[in-house]
Design a protein. Sequence first.
Length: 171
Amino acid sequence: MYSLNRAEIIGNITRDPEMRYIPSGQGVTSFGVATNRRWKNQAGELQEDTQFHEIVAWGKLAELCSQILHKGNKVYVEGRLQTRSWEAPDGSKRQRTEIVMDNFVPLTPKGAVSPMAEEENPPAGGEEKPAPKPKEKEEAVSKPDKKTKKEEKEEKVEEIDEDINLEDIPF
C-alpha cells in the first residue's frame, strides 16, 4: 500500500518569519499563512472562511524564508503535514499540526510593498509622503531623444502618406 502526506497552499503570510537555531546548530524558521475560501450558500449569500496554517522550514530553506518572506506577502508553500504533541506547564496536553515546508514560491513581486508594511510603518511625526511625480513628465525630462513605439509608427505612416499621390494610382 502506498500513502501520501502532501500539503499545498497559497495564502498571505500572517507574521514575519521567525528564525532560530536548535542546539545542534540547524536553523528553523516558523511563520503563519492564512488561506481564504469564498462561496455562496443556498440562500445566495456570499460566505467566507479563513484558515490559519503554521509553517516550519529547516536548514537552508529556513534561512531563505527569513530573508525573502515578509508579513502580508502572498506565498505558495508545499510540504507535508506533521502533528507535534507536548505537555504544557499547567499539565495539559497540547497538539499542533504544522506544514513542514519542502518548497516555496514567493508570489508578491520583488520590490512590491505589502499592504501590511504600509499600515505598520506610518511616516514619522504624522508627516505625509510627497506625491510621486507623474511618469510622463519624468520620461520627457530624462529621455527627450527617445520616442515611443506609437510615435514611431505614426511618423512612418505620415512618411508613407506623403510618398503616395492619389493621381499615380492606375484605377
